[in-house]
Design a protein around this ligand. Structure first.
Ligand code: GTP
Ligand code: MG
Length: 335
């Protein structure tokens, strides 16, 4: 038996169908492969995770064979719930713990009360939730497609239910994707955040309520899951009840798949886990979630791991398109 802890942190990818949850995981995975060499940490996806995400990656890379990039190409809708496992540890050593990313077909949010309850259960038991948002739907045509494409009302209702009796601290990451068009100049980046806050006003008010505000950290971390493309136009040539198709185009003939900022959600996740593990050691949260107890013990025992995680976590960005909306104290690393 390795020193892998008994209870591993669970993270839920939350979002309606086709918003880009699986693509975001693929971008994160690609980033792990590319960049993690520069740090002392090693992220080791398990076999099934590598196998599925590499297939998805080649589909996303294939999108760049054409100038036009449409949303109906690339990755197919997920067929079932799947857990993607990433072991995390010091370079060259066995993973010390695993991050379990829960991905599911976005249709679950509306398919039936049973599937919706399954997602609510995931949100309830996850220490981190990524709300994946289709940024083009949020920003283009005055945001009129946002409600049907991103389903913010369903997502708010889900949190209301899932966070009713919160046990211990939580991190919620708003992760706009398909956002390449809106993050490269400062004014547009501000507009993206402003629109996001406006359209998720009631959910943000729930997180800021007296009951939740001390336990829920909220961060905006946009990820360019394709990179090197921009929004082009909307086509309304679709059946009446379905939302229109959004078209994107490559920024140049030689553009390739080049996701950006896929590391940022992970840096925030680790920052939060480390910060709360330290807090658990200082103050204790009472007799609850074994995840925190395990992380506290793990980081307490293994100084090298702690330092590697800390230096990686400190590379998070908090300006321009990024923002810590609330709960900065839940992300403070203070041993
Ligand atoms: N233009 C653009 N398209 C993207 C981006 N990310 C994903 N897509 C496209 O959006 C489509 C849907 O992405 P998925 O990752 O499958 O979405 P999902 O949320 O996992 O969908 P379900 O599995 O149905 O819940 C894919 O065909 C991608 O090609 C992006 O950053 N920009
Ligand atoms: Mg999917």
């Amino acid at each position: 038996m390795s020193k892998t802890i008994g209870r591993n942190p669970q993270i839920t990818m939350l979002g309606y169908t086709r918003v880009g949850k699986t693509s975001l995981l693929a971008a994160m995975h690609r980033w792990f492969e590319d960049t993690v060499e520069k740090s002392d940490l090693q992220l080791s996806p398990d076999y099934a995770t590598v196998s599925i995400l590499s297939d998805q990656l080649s589909r996303l890379e294939g999108l760049f064979e054409h100038i036009k990039v449409t949303e109906d190409k690339g990755i197919a809708p997920s067929q079932r719930q799947h857990t993607y496992n990433f072991g995390l540890g010091k370079r060259g050593e066995e993973p010390a713990f695993n991050l379990h990313f829960q991905d599911y077909p976005g249709e679950y949010l509306k398919e039936s009360p049973e599937t919706r309850e399954r997602v609510a259960d995931l949100v309830r038991s996850s220490v981190v939730v990524l709300i994946t948002i289709d940024a083009a739907a949020l920003m283009e045509e005055n945001g009129i497609w946002h409600t049907s494409i991103n389903q913010p009302l369903v997502i708010s209702a889900l949190f209301q239910e899932a966070y009713l009796r919160l046990e211990g601290p939580r991190l919620v990451l708003f992760t706009p994707v398909k956002c390449e068009t809106y993050v490269h100049d400062e004014a547009r980046a501000e507009e993206l955040k402003r629109r996001l806050k406006e359209k998720y006003q009631s959910l943000l008010a729930l997180f800021a309520s007296e009951r939740l505000r001390n336990d829920v950290a909220v961060v905006i971390t946009p990820v360019e899951t394709l990179g090197e493309i921009v929004f082009s136009h909307v086509s309304h040539m679709r059946p009446e009840e379905s939302p229109p198709l959004f078209f994107f185009r490559k920024i140049g003939p030689d553009s390739v798949y080049r996701p950006r900022n896929g590391d940022q959600p992970l840096r925030y996740i680790l920052r939060f886990l480390l910060s709360r593990a330290y807090a658990e050691r200082r103050e204790g949260f009472g007799p609850l979630n074994p995840v925190w107890r395990s992380l506290r013990d793990l980081f307490g025992m293994d100084q090298h791991l702690r330092e590697a995680v800390e230096s990686f976590a400190r590379g998070n960005k908090a300006d321009r398109e990024f923002e810590i909306v609330q709960g900065e104290e839940l992300l403070t690393i203070d041993s």
